[in-house]
Design a protein around this ligand. Structure first.
Ligand SMILES: *[C@@H]1O[C@H](CO)[C@@H](O)[C@H](O)[C@H]1NC(C)=O
Ligand SMILES: *[C@@H]1O[C@H](CO)[C@@H](O)[C@H](O)[C@H]1NC(C)=O
Ligand SMILES: *[C@@H]1O[C@H](CO)[C@@H](O)[C@H](O)[C@H]1NC(C)=O
Length: 348
């Protein structure tokens, strides 16, 4: 407890040191309201941030994705617990798509999305007011707000994303669309009471998704961003059908609440990991149970293996042709080693 307190004080102190002399008020203090501009600037409102900002041509772009109907987190300085705004003001999510030259990967808020890292891949994004200004966007970019190094607490709340990720091949070699569709945002742990479901789904008809045209070069391996678009879900780039009839695309959906530390809930592999972990704990805590473990674990492994086999058999029901092929195959095998052996014997 004391160690944790000291650690967090050290973290705060070092975070504080790195922000000394930097203007961070925009990120921590309330914005000027429309009324303020009315009274102090003859109603001339500041320019709003674009929905897409190129940071480095072909390498890095910030997308401000409107989060239709999303709940809005209200965070105040020296705050009491956070609140949800009622009704919520319009808001957007900040998505930083940047090519990392050293790994030739496209990162989204620091996480690889092309090539997509194995699941679970947790991606977080800041929520900003929909009337986030151009000046604030410039400052956020200059201070690298969407980088892992950002350690300043701000008035902007972060959400973990639930998403659908799609790679759509084009007929041009080396070019593909990466489509990133935010399908939901998770409520922060302490704020679940907003809705016991634990997340808000982005189901509005006019919710947009991001699609990025990526160009890949083989030698040396390099990626570049050719185009960034915000499109309606129904207008997304469509895959073409390959000669085998399948669509030239790959899709992954990720719902963080379906996963825990052990894997995807409801899958065998998670169950096995959990068991493995608990068995380890049990083993260390209480060697007396060793005999039980010795009997139970192999039984479970066997059970798992048998279930797998059963599933595989169910999936791969042989068609007539397959059955024929299998027969031909086994005949072939018959004529190989043993047959040769017989041949030689006859010759002797
Ligand atoms: C931005 O939007 C909020 C919420 O709708 C509003 O209260 C505020 O006045 C707006 N600010 C400006 C500068 O328009
Ligand atoms: C965007 O992500 C890249 C890679 O993670 C990072 O280097 C860069 O600072 C980020 N940009 C902003 C504006 O945070
Ligand atoms: C760089 O981006 C521009 C458009 O922003 C595009 O026309 C050009 O083809 C891109 N270059 C590469 C190498 O992707």
């Amino acid at each position: 407890m004391r160690a944790a307190l000291i650690a967090s004080l050290v973290a705060v102190a070092s975070a504080y040191r790195s922000w000394i002399g930097v203007d961070t008020r925009w990120a921590t203090h309330p914005d000027r309201t429309a009324q303020w501009y009315d009274e102090n600037a003859q109603g001339r409102l500041p320019e709003l941030a674009q929905s897409m900002t190129t940071v480095v041509a072909n390498k890095s772009s910030i997308v401000k994705l409107e989060c239709m109907g999303c709940p809005f987190r209200v965070r105040k300085l020296h705050a009491e617990p956070e609140e949800w705004q009622e009704p919520p003001q319009d808001s957007s999510l900040l998505l930083n798509f940047t090519i990392d030259a050293s790994t030739a990967a496209l990162l989204l808020n620091g996480q690889p999305v092309a090539a997509l890292a194995p699941m679970p891949l947790h991606i977080h994004a800041f929520q900003v007011n929909a009337n986030f200004t151009e000046m604030h966007m410039r400052k956020a970019i200059d201070l690298q707000m969407m980088d892992k190094s950002w350690n300043l607490g701000t008035k902007y709340g972060k959400f973990e994303l639930q998403y659908e990720h799609t790679v759509v091949a084009t007929r041009e070699p080396g070019k593909s669309w990466i489509q990133f569709d935010v399908t939901g945002i998770l409520y922060p742990y302490a704020m679940h009471k907003h809705d016991p479901k634990g997340y808000y789904e982005l189901q509005a008809g006019d919710q947009k998704l991001v699609q990025i045209l990526l160009r890949e070069k083989a030698e040396p391996h390099e990626l570049s961003i050719e185009d960034v678009q915000l499109v309606d879900r129904k207008d997304r780039a469509k895959p073409y059908a390959m000669p085998c009839g399948r669509l030239a695309m790959a899709q992954t959906t990720f719902k963080p609440l379906e996963w825990d530390d052990y894997g995807k809930i409801g899958t065998w592999s998670r169950w096995f990991n959990l068991l493995w972990d608990k068995t380890g704990e049990l083993f260390l805590e209480n060697l007396i149970y060793l005999p039980v473990v010795i009997v139970v674990v192999p039984a479970l492994v066997l059970l798992r293996w048998m279930t797998r086999r059963q599933q595989q058999q169910q999936v791969a029901l042989p068609t007539e042709n397959d059955a024929e092929a299998a027969l031909v195959d086994s005949e072939h095998q018959d004529t190989t080693p043993e047959a040769e052996y017989v041949d030689r014997e006859e010759k002797v």
